[in-house]
Design a protein around this ligand. Structure first.
Ligand SMILES: *Cc1c(COP(=O)(O)O)cnc(C)c1O
Length: 395
């Protein structure tokens, strides 16, 4: 009995030099060293598909937009389908009339990293990988651990010693090998690369393989679906490696190509970073086309502690093309919004999520955002992941 697997019907296109390649084996980056983007020249996304989507669940409901063939099964834990919540009390207090929060905390493993890792582990597993590694600022490590467990594969995670203890505990809980290092995610990246070579493990680093971004892209597809295929006026995204931002921008282009959303009506994309690690803001303000490494990155928002994003060029392109901007907020302001959104909305913000609220206030004050337009913020992870102990009254 022979079973003929359908061969992949997508292509890889270099985001820098434009070279194209078939997606054979285990793609990493283009020969020029920069990230691949997945293109689907053979897919047609007809209007009937839209109605069909409603009967499906999770991010793989968008499988026609994802790197998977009809006869393949994804490695999934039910990621996606996160709530898009209209903010009430806090929006009124801050003076916004159409402010929304896409709350990614309800993903498996508590952050939106689940989307990217589900896609990346799916493809690598189908290519026969049984041993993985990745550097992480925190949440990617938790997601990788869970998805590798689900795939029956081994994973070694390299994380900074300063990562919140609850996040580290979660990584160990899913059975990953955890290595703690002094330094930041860049240092962990070097260690993971060396380990990958030594142990023949596959490196899942951001943009060092083409599929995490495809998973993150579902943020944009889902957002469009949840607002009945009308995109918001502005998006504020807490930017570390930038995969979510690059992925959403790619999603909007694909939706316009499909004719599901209006071309030229894309949201303005805003990146928010921490004042303690703001390479994208620095590059944006200087009109640079790529990011320079940020020395001594320091922020409690560990997902934003990415001193030299490999996708810097792509992030800056999306900000520029959309008419958006990049803004930095100080760590001392994050706690205020974590508290107020918890108490006024019942939403448990991560420090990264709180940064998007602070950015909305600042961008409006600077005249870059209209308080009456539809604005979508992202709570990329759950606040509880960052809390190591509770302080109860009277204790
Ligand atoms: C990873 C992470 C980010 C940054 O995401 P990118 O898409 O890499 O920019 C933001 N917030 C949280 C909670 C994260 O875990």
């Amino acid at each position: 009995m022979t079973r003929h697997a359908l061969s992949p019907d997508w292509q890889l296109e270099c985001s820098a030099c434009g070279k194209t390649d078939p997606p054979d084996g285990l793609p990493t980056v283009c020969g020029c060293g920069l990230p691949w983007l997945v293109r689907y020249p053979e897919r047609s996304w007809h209007q009937e598909l839209k109605t069909g989507l409603l009967a499906r669940r999770g991010m793989w409901r968008f499988r026609e937009f994802l790197p998977i063939t009809a006869d393949e099964t994804p490695v999934t834990l039910g990621e996606g389908d996160t709530p898009l919540l209209r903010l009430g009390q806090s929006a009124r207090r801050l003076g916004f009339s159409d402010l929304w929060m896409k709350d990614e905390a309800s993903n498996p493993t508590g952050s939106f990293k689940a989307r990217g890792l589900s896609a990346a582990v799916t493809r690598a597993r189908l290519a026969g990988v049984t041993s993985f590694t990745l550097p992480t600022a925190g949440n990617a490590g938790v997601a990788a651990s869970a998805y590798c467990a689900r795939a029956g594969a081994r994973v070694r995670v390299f994380a900074p010693r300063t990562t919140p203890a609850t996040i580290l505990t979660q990584i160990v809980t899913y059975g990953a090998e955890l290595v703690l290092l002094e330094g930041h995610i860049g240092d962990c990246g070097r260690a993971a690369k060396a380990w990958a070579a030594e142990s023949n493990s596959f490196d899942l680093s951001t943009l060092r393989e083409p599929y995490r971004i495809e998973g993150k892209k579902t943020l944009g597809l889902e957002l469009a679906l949840q607002h009945d295929w009308r995109l918001p006026d502005a998006i504020i995204y807490p930017t570390g490696g930038g995969t979510g931002l690059i992925g959403m921008w790619k999603a909007f282009e694909e939706l316009a190509h499909a004719g599901w959303v209006e071309e030229g009506k894309f949201p303005k994309m805003f990146s928010v970073q921490s004042a303690g690690c703001a390479p994208v803001v620095e590059a944006f303000e200087h009109g640079a086309t790529d990011c320079a490494p940020w020395p001594d990155p320091a922020t409690r928002a560990s997902g934003l502690r990415v001193p030299h994003p490999l996708g810097g060029r792509l992030i800056l392109e999306a900000l520029g093309e959309s008419g958006g901007a990049a803004v930095a907020v100080g760590d001392e302001r994050l706690e205020e919004f974590e508290r107020s959104l918890a108490r006024e909305e019942g939403i448990d913000l991560s420090p990264e999520g709180a940064a998007t609220v602070a950015a909305a206030v600042d961008l409006e004050a600077r005249g870059l955002l209209d308080r009456h337009q539809r604005i979508v913020l992202f709570n990329t992870g759950a606040g509880w992941l960052y809390r190591d102990a509770v302080s109860l009254p009277g204790s």
